[in-house]
Design a protein around this ligand. Structure first.
Ligand code: ADP
Ligand code: MG
Length: 347
């Protein structure tokens, strides 16, 4: 096992697109690390550069204490699981799982024994003679995982491995994959565009945008203290309220009301106020230090609802309200931030 280090890694494709732009990153030994970002931000390119499937245009990649920047993929001792699983269609499940051992020239009987053992651990024992086309999406995914595990790699590189599963299976696969990684203790880089997946699974998350990392932190840190309004907007199952405000006499003036300013800023400073809908408390009666509006859309989230307070001419304010406490649309409502939950970003 080993940590992964990236130093000044840049990848420019022959056409001129710089997909990864001078990126520094350390993934600790045994860590479950999520690379999170919107489509096209360079996640797959970065992962392929770690795997050696792409050559870095600049910078260095190390795995453990080895500089692997110029090594071929087969010499890096990492296993990559692709979004579409990339199983060999003409091979049986057994041969698919055993393939990395064949590459390592392990004798046939030994590699089949090892593949059966790993397959059994992933609930594939009865499917060993089938071909990929005869498997469900979830079964194909487990075969791809078994193939990744079989050769005891130093690290797992996962490129959105759950995105082709239906919603319910995706949730159980999350737990399964997390437990597998914990039991094996293998350093894992997990690429996803799904913030909920990253928050649920990762020890730490790097939020990427346009080939760069915008923030690295624990799920709690990136959720509770997003470093920029981009990260704030990207993380969270309900979008963070990002509201224009001006500082006046130590208070924030917003379209929907005024709030105490959490930082010492001069008058007339323009800021963007970030408050998560989960960190606002709803009131049907007027309160001080609150944002006011008219109740618009009420969206049911399950055990709670997202209430939208419409304000004249400015962005609406989202508030999460407990099930059963939802207000009537058209009524007046107030949203009070919890202490310490008002974040300020540069306007
Ligand atoms: P993500 O996985 O985050 O969606 P990618 O790494 O696939 O992002 O792509 C990052 C950028 O690099 C995009 O602008 C994409 O169009 C470009 N890109 C990806 N692969 C290639 C390639 N083989 N040749 C040229 N440009 C590419
Ligand atoms: Mg991708």
């Amino acid at each position: 096992m080993a940590g992964i280090g990236l130093s000044g890694v840049t990848k420019t494709y022959p056409g001129g697109v710089t997909a990864v732009d001078g990126l520094d990153l350390t993934v600790h030994d045994g860590e479950f690390f999520a690379l999170l970002g919107p489509s096209g931000c360079g996640k797959t390119t970065l992962l392929r550069t770690i795997a050696g499937l792409e050559q870095a245009s600049a910078g260095t990649v190390s795995i453990g204490d080895r500089d692997v920047t110029r090594l071929a993929p087969g010499q890096r001792d990492v296993a990559m699981v692709f979004q579409d699983y990339a199983l060999f269609p003409h091979m049986t499940v057994l041969d698919n799982i055993a393939y990395p051992l064949r590459v390592k020239r392990i004798p046939r009987a030994a590699r089949h024994d090892r593949a059966r053992e790993v397959g059994a651990g992933l609930d594939l024992a009865d499917l060993m003679a089938r071909r990929p086309a005869e498997l469900s999406g979830g079964q194909q995914q487990r075969v791809a995982l078994a193939r990744a595990v079989v050769a005891h790699p130093k690290a797992f590189l996962f490129d959105e491995p759950l995105s082709n599963l239906d919603a319910r299976l995706r949730l159980s696969a999350r737990t399964f994959l997390k437990r597998l990684q914990r039991d094996l203790g293998i350093t894992t880089v997990f690429v996803t565009h799904d913030q909920a997946e990253a928050l649920a699974m990762a020890d730490r998350i790097a939020v990427m945008d346009a080939g760069r990392i915008r923030q690295v932190g624990t799920p709690r840190e990136v959720f509770g203290r997003p470093a920029t309004s981009f990260v704030a907007h990207f993380i969270g199952s309900t979008p963070m309220n990002l509201l224009d405000a001006t500082v006046t006499g130590g208070r924030l003036t917003l379209a929907a009301g005024t709030l105490p300013c959490p930082a010492d800023l001069p008058d007339d400073t323009r800021v963007t106020v970030g408050i998560r809908p989960e960190y606002l408390t709803y009131s049907k009666d007027p309160v001080e230090d609150a944002l006011a509006g008219t109740v618009g859309i009420v969206e049911h989230l399950g055990s709670s609802s997202l209430v939208t307070l419409e304000t004249d001419g400015a962005a609406p304010v989202g508030v999460v309200v407990e099930e059963g406490a939802e207000p009537e649309p058209g009524t007046r409502g107030w949203a009070v931030p919890r202490p310490g939950r008002v974040l300020l970003y540069r306007a």
